[in-house]
Design a protein around this ligand. Structure first.
Ligand SMILES: CC(C)(COP(=O)(O)OP(=O)(O)OC[C@H]1O[C@@H](n2cnc3c(N)ncnc32)[C@H](O)[C@@H]1OP(=O)(O)O)[C@@H](O)C(=O)NCCC(=O)NCCS
Length: 160
């Protein structure tokens, strides 16, 4: 994991973030969409840089409103997956959310996304809600959205 470094998102990361988002999700976010999301009040972006500083392996975007922080997106480029980058980003998001004054972290994840759900569970997030048929996939099938949440006052597992 020493090959990756977390830093705040910069303007010139947006193109690669869009590419990673497109290969990770059916509803691809364009560069202008990501720029608008990052400009929303309370938004913050983190990227995991790989090797050369312009190259990013993955990113997460958070939004804090009052004392609650939502992970709006978290994705790792396919060539960097299963090397701990998702966990690094999630741990960074938890640290950042605490620093922004949030006492609760939540997100939505597709019910059939077992890898992501396991990652979130490993950092103390538990399912608190379910929206059937929320995600419509390119092949026409759908998946429920599961809301996962945890409090941030106490350190849990690797997020300490
Ligand atoms: C979900 C995602 C962010 C995980 O990122 P990652 O960098 O591959 O994850 P990590 O290497 O940190 O591994 C996290 C856990 O998943 C496991 N994992 C990762 N890839 C796996 C795979 N292909 N098969 C089985 N387990 C896998 C790891 O072993 C680890 O589990 P452990 O803690 O029990 O050992 C990444 O797969 C991704 O970007 N997917 C597409 C976008 C997405 O689904 N984002 C989340 C939406 S809410």
């Amino acid at each position: 994991m020493n090959d990756y470094e977390l830093t705040p998102t910069q303007e010139n990361d947006i193109g690669m973030m869009s590419r990673i988002h497109a290969e990770s999700f059916d509803d691809a976010w364009t560069g202008p969409m990501i720029r608008r999301i990052l400009a929303m009040p309370g938004s913050a972006g983190l990227v995991a840089r790989a090797g050369r500083r312009w190259s990013i392996a993955g990113f997460t975007i958070l939004r804090t409103v009052a004392d609650e922080c939502e992970i709006l997106s978290l994705a790792v480029g396919s060539e960097h997956r299963d090397r701990g980058v998702g966990a690094l980003l999630l741990d960074g998001a938890i640290v950042r959310a605490r620093a922004l004054g949030a006492n609760k972290l939540f997100l939505e994840v597709a019910e059939d996304n077992e890898i992501a759900r396991r990652l979130y569970h490993s950092r103390g997030l538990v399912p608190v809600g379910r929206r059937p048929g929320y995600y419509i996939k390119k092949d026409g099938t759908s998946a429920a959205a599961v809301t996962m949440s945890r409090l941030l006052e106490e350190a849990v597992g690797a997020s300490a």
